[in-house]
Design a protein. Structure first.
Length: 194
């Protein structure tokens, strides 16, 4: 069985080979829906504790409805914004961070199609998950950790696995941590820069 490292949970989990259709995004609170930028739709939304204050927060990934026609991975990828909303008193939400460079574009996955698999949140950490390729398959999991001192999210881990579809047991795992790249705030991270 093929295994990859799931950084946010610190567990080994089986990699899914075929891409399953995504579940519809959960219903967002009205206060979040009202401030989403025009021209975008919700691709994914995950509820959890992003800043370790025990209040519910949201990570929301957006996409343009016409991205299938407009995106070109080589010349001009249609970027997908990631917005982080932190919860406040009385069920209010504040946009705490936005980046357009943490989620791969719709055609960045090669023959496997859209590489975006989802976002997971766990106690001050969140991970953006991707899977793509052709004969050579790859995963990429980018994890950010909330830093109380700077009140932002810092790159914590960036890694994944590559393997040939005909020999998935002999893949290569790579993992870089903040020991490799130092302090990288979410706003400075760019998934398109290798």
């Amino acid at each position: 069985m093929l295994l990859f490292f799931l950084p946010v949970l610190g567990l080994l989990a089986p990699a899914s080979l075929p891409q399953a259709p995504r579940d519809p995004a959960p219903a967002l609170p009205a206060g979040i829906r009202q401030v989403l930028p025009k021209g975008y739709q919700v691709l994914a939304a995950e509820r959890g504790d992003l800043n370790r204050d025990a209040l519910p927060d949201w990570a929301v990934v957006l996409h343009r409805p016409d991205e299938q026609k407009t995106s070109n991975v080589i010349d001009h990828p249609t970027k997908r914004p990631l917005l982080l909303f932190v919860g406040g008193a009385g069920g209010t939400y504040t946009l705490a961070a936005r980046t357009d460079n943490a989620v791969y574009c719709i055609d960045c996955g090669g023959m496997m199609g859209d590489p975006f698999q989802g976002v997971t949140i766990k106690s001050g950490y969140f991970t953006v998950e991707h899977y793509g390729g052709s004969s050579w398959r790859w995963t990429r999991f980018v994890t950010f950790k909330y830093d109380q001192a700077s009140r932002t999210w810092l790159l914590h881990r960036d890694g994944g696995e590559s393997f040939h579809a005909s020999d998935p047991e002999h893949g290569k795992t790579t993992m870089r941590t903040n020991k490799n790249f130092g302090r990288v705030p979410l706003a400075r991270f760019d998934i398109y820069q290798e």
